[in-house]
Design a protein around this ligand. Structure first.
Ligand code: SAH
Length: 218
């Protein structure tokens, strides 16, 4: 069950969360504003209502998690979004990250491989607020060839390697932010596609994501 009201208590805790995320080094005001606007407690079970604004990941079922707000902010800031960018997200999960992107005025195409999590979002009324947000059930390693190319790609699960099909679906000059690594810890990378089809790579901090898995799960 979801909580469906946004009380003064929730709003107050959300302001504190924004201050905390800012104090950890996030400087993009548009990202902070999006986190300040979105009721994160809507995206998890009511059992977590009291702690929903702690800066940590929480379980959302199917052994998956809603990402830590700092991590969401960090990846979103690295994307350097422009208005109306076309963005592909791999790993919809709770749809929180997808809403942060949509709140910032971009078009979002998000893919989830777990049927149950994909279906949960169909019943989630809050998401109707974002007509620019489109949901797909599929394997993120394949991307969305029908809708490519994208200005930006964000991967929100730990990738064992850089999926070549996702690079191929970027526009020239387009960017992908992706945590890469097979162990407990992954390195955040930002790839920028070059006009010749190659990509340059920048490396950032370490994070810990749930794994990006092969194929769809019914
Ligand atoms: N962005 C999410 C984070 C969810 S955790 C949020 O804001 O809540 C990562 C998600 O990636 C999980 O839901 C998992 O099922 C999904 N995932 C893992 N491998 C995937 C793949 N190959 N394609 C699509 N989704 C995948």
């Amino acid at each position: 069950m979801r909580v469906v009201d946004d009380t003064y208590r929730h709003k107050g805790l959300r302001r504190q969360l924004v201050d905390l995320v800012r104090s950890k080094g996030i400087t993009d005001d548009r990202v902070l504003q999006a986190i300040g606007n979105i009721p994160r407690h809507y995206f998890m079970d009511s059992a977590f209502d009291k702690i929903a604004y702690e800066d940590r990941a929480f379980p959302i079922g199917e052994e998956q998690t809603i990402s830590q707000p700092y991590t969401v902010a960090y990846q979103t800031q690295l994307l350097e979004l422009k208005p109306f960018d076309k963005v592909l997200e791999i790993g919809t999960g709770s749809a929180y990250q997808a809403c942060v992107l949509a709140e910032m005025g971009v078009q979002v195409y998000t893919i989830e491989r777990q049927k149950k999590l994909f279906d949960n979002n169909k019943q989630f009324a809050y998401l109707k607020k974002y007509p620019a947000l489109k949901f797909f059930y599929g394997d993120g390693f394949e991307g969305l060839p029908t809708y490519a190319p994208f200005d930006k790609v964000i991967v929100t699960a730990a990738a064992p390697f850089i999926p070549p099909k996702l690079i191929a679906q970027l526009k020239p000059g387009g960017r992908m932010v992706i945590p890469v690594g097979e162990g407990q810890v992954q390195r955040m990378l930002r790839l920028t596609r070059q006009p010749d089809g190659g990509a340059t790579e920048e490396t950032f901090d370490n994070f810990s994501f749930v794994p990006m898995l092969d194929g769809k799960n019914s």
